[in-house]
Ligand binder design. Structure first.
Ligand code: 16G
Ligand code: ZN
Length: 527
């Protein structure tokens, strides 16, 4: 490979137009789309090198800015087993993206040398994008980066983030996981879902109807595809389909619903207690909500999904008479009431880790059945190889174990998947004969509030104990403790955001008023 061509190509087609440093953060590179062309080209280059480094395994590249506003875009790399890019390569990525066009050739040579990459070996990169209008342009830049280094690129067009993770895993496991195509993905999920329904569409309080808010993103398009292929096993109205004037994530979607604690602005009027689902712009997060007969809004977020799933799986495992270690992983954002419920009622072990999917996923792998969810609705369930073999064995003696086997197929283990998670929740509610009233009555959420505080340098705040304790600036934690001690069931923490230039404040307490006051007080301490 002639690196000179790479350099010439980059300078001509994808010049770096800003010297503002950019960092590979919790969710890859994010920023205003107009500054990302050179980032994308270089990430195409990096994915090619990463694939060679991993012996030719498929590496995924997803172009999306998830729940960010429409003018933003972003990119993240997916490692061979569907996991997030290895941390040491995050640094390599950051360095590569920040060098000048002049230094690009040298930097690429350095990566090759440092990692002893055989540039003549084969390389495979899969690339997909969300439906932002600038995504196709950025996707071309990634592909050009792959081609510049003579790698193989396969473009998947508009897909959800979890679909990309699925494609990468299926390809790298020789299709044991399913076919690495869009149809393969639909087929895997829909066949498991319909078999789990077993022709029983409604049961007890469970009704088959729901409203799906697609956030004007790719999740809406894919849900329409699901509906076409499903045998009417769910009756779904899709809103915020991304047609017309609606912008991605604007006044709708999982982030809006969760943070604003209200339905999307475009919500049609529906019967009270109708199940509604919101996903984010790239469909890797999901929350449920409903409005009761007095017009009051109720949220069923990631914590609710986690507790529903944990309770159900625990019962199912028990009834199959098998012994598997089940555990749940949360972050500091989990509602205190959900943690109490899991520990004291469900008696499932809970651990708390720092924000970001990679931390949750990693911890969940320590259990036979590891359930992880962020309160914002991102999560999934991972089954160890041991668990899978025990379940497969149990099927021969206990027909109930078949349900577990089908659930494994329904769940996208590689990463949180809004649509797969939704089908899982629908399955559990259907099996239990539950409506949203039954679901929400399992415990009472503590009122909670999140604030964003703009500061000069958010990195002056450092934390420990899964972000629950503030280490620096010295003394701040004592002040937070003082504030918290004045409120019944009070809890609060502060942490620097990994995706925005702000400090985040979280507070919860016994009453709404107390929560408002506590968050305000803690916010003042940070400023
Ligand atoms: C990213 C993370 C998400 C986390 C969020 C926190 C991944 C794939 N995504 O979107 O899990 O909740 O960042 O953002 O890890 P913050 O640091 O700005 O609060
Ligand atoms: Zn997302």
């Amino acid at each position: 490979i002639n690196l000179r061509t790479v350099y010439a190509f980059a300078r001509e087609m994808y010049p770096k137009i800003t010297t503002e440093p950019i960092q590979y953060g919790t969710a890859g590179f994010r920023g205003k789309a107009e500054f990302l062309d050179s980032v994308m080209f270089r990430m195409g280059v990096l994915a090619t090198l990463r694939s060679r480094f991993r012996g030719g395994s498929v590496i995924g590249v997803m172009i999306t800015a998830s729940h960010n506003p429409e003018p933003d875009n972003g990119v993240k790399l997916i490692d061979p087993k569907g996991e997030m890019l290895e941390p040491s390569w995050e640094t390599i990525a950051t360095d590569l993206v920040n060098v000048s066009d002049q230094d690009l050739e040298q930097q690429v040579a350095k990566i090759i040398k440092d990692n002893q990459i055989d540039v003549a070996s084969s390389s495979h990169v899969y690339v997909g994008m969300d439906n932002r209008y600038h995504s196709p342009r950025l996707l071309k830049a990634v592909s050009d980066g792959v081609i510049a280094l003579k790698g193989n690129v396969r473009e998947f067009g508009i897909v959800t983030t979890p679909m990309m993770h699925y494609f990468v895993v299926s390809a790298n496991t020789k299709e044991a996981y399913g076919k690495p195509t869009e149809e393969g993905y639909y087929k895997k999920l829909i066949s498991a879902f319909e078999e789990l329904r077993d022709g029983c569409l409604e049961k007890g309080n469970y009704r088959n109807y729901l409203v799906f808010d697609g956030a004007n993103g790719v999740g809406a398009r894919k849900m329409l595809q699901f509906i076409k292929r499903m045998n009417k096993s769910l009756d779904i109205t899709v809103i915020n389909q991304g047609i017309g004037s609606g912008k991605i994530n604007e006044d709708c979607g999982a982030d809006y619903v969760k943070v604003q604690q209200r339905p999307p602005k475009s919500m049609p009027s529906v019967e009270p207690f109708t199940r509604c689902v919101s996903v984010d712009g790239d469909a890797d997060r999901v929350v449920y909500f409903f409005t009761d007969d007095s017009g009051q809004f109720h949220l069923l977020d990631g914590d609710r999904i986690a507790t529903l799933v944990a309770g159900y799986l625990m019962d199912l495992i028990k009834s199959c008479e098998i012994n598997l270690r089940l555990g749940l992983v949360q972050t500091a954002y989990a509602n205190g009431a959900s943690t109490d419920y899991i520990e004291n009622e469900l008696k499932v072990p809970v651990s708390c880790v720092p924000t970001g999917v990679k931390h949750l996923h990693h911890k969940a792998l320590e259990y036979d059945v590891g359930i992880y969810f962020e309160a914002n609705g991102h999560g999934t369930i991972v089954f160890s190889d041991y668990a899978k073999s025990v379940i497969a064995q149990a099927v021969t003696t206990n027909p109930k174990a078949k349900t577990l086997l089908l659930l494994i197929d329904l769940i996208n283990e590689t990463v949180g998947d809004a649509i797969s998670d939704m089908l899982l929740v629908e399955t559990i509610l259907n099996h239990k004969g539950w409506d949203v009233k039954d679901w929400i009555s399992t415990y009472n959420d503590l009122p909670n509030r999140q604030l964003k505080i703009k500061v000069k340098d958010r990195n002056v705040i450092t934390t420990t104990d899964a972000e629950r304790i503030c280490v620096k600036p010295v003394g701040l934690q004592d002040e937070i403790n003082m504030a918290v001690s004045n409120y019944k069931r009070g809890r609060a923490f502060v942490r620097p955001s990994g995706t925005e230039d702000v400090v985040r404040v979280y507070a919860e307490a016994a009453t709404k008023e107390d929560t408002e006051n506590l968050s305000y007080e803690v916010g003042l301490l940070v400023q």
